[in-house]
Ligand binder design. Structure first.
Ligand code: FES
Length: 130
């Protein structure tokens, strides 16, 4: 069995995971830790898009993590629930209705591209909402 000294193990794991700073999901202080190298994944907020009226020239923050309680817009929940994910800021060039993605699986964010119709989204459980 391969045995490594703790410092060597830490160096190896940091090299694999980048030694990123992570935030304790409970809201604790930032700690330098050995994090997973896997990028954070969004949760499915809804299994269909949200119809909205957009204003030209106004900047919106589309929730990319799925944790916002103001769907489809960001309420800052990603800071605690999904560090590493950020809202997508966008500014429409025309007034009018739009369908913004609620499943967070679209390939054309923030707009729905029909990805929510797939089995992966339709079979997935929705997170509990307060
Ligand atoms: S709601 Fe996400 S692609 Fe349609």
């Amino acid at each position: 069995m391969l045995r490594l000294k703790p410092a060597a193990l830490v160096a190896l794991m940091r090299a694999a995971g980048g030694g990123r700073r992570c935030r304790d999901p409970s809201g604790g202080a930032r700690v330098r830790s050995l994090c997973s190298a896997a990028p954070p994944q969004p949760v499915i907020a809804a299994k269909e898009p949200f119809p909205v009226e957009l204003k030209a020239g106004k900047t919106y923050g589309w929730c990319a993590c799925g944790h916002s309680k103001r769907q489809p817009f960001c309420d800052g929940a990603h800071k605690k629930e999904a560090p590493g994910l950020s809202p997508l800021r966008f500014t429409p060039t025309e007034d009018g209705p739009a369908w913004l993605c609620g499943c967070k699986q679209t390939r054309t964010p923030p707009y729905c591209d029909g990805s929510h119709k797939g089995d992966a989204v339709q079979a997935a459980p929705l997170p509990p909402r307060a």
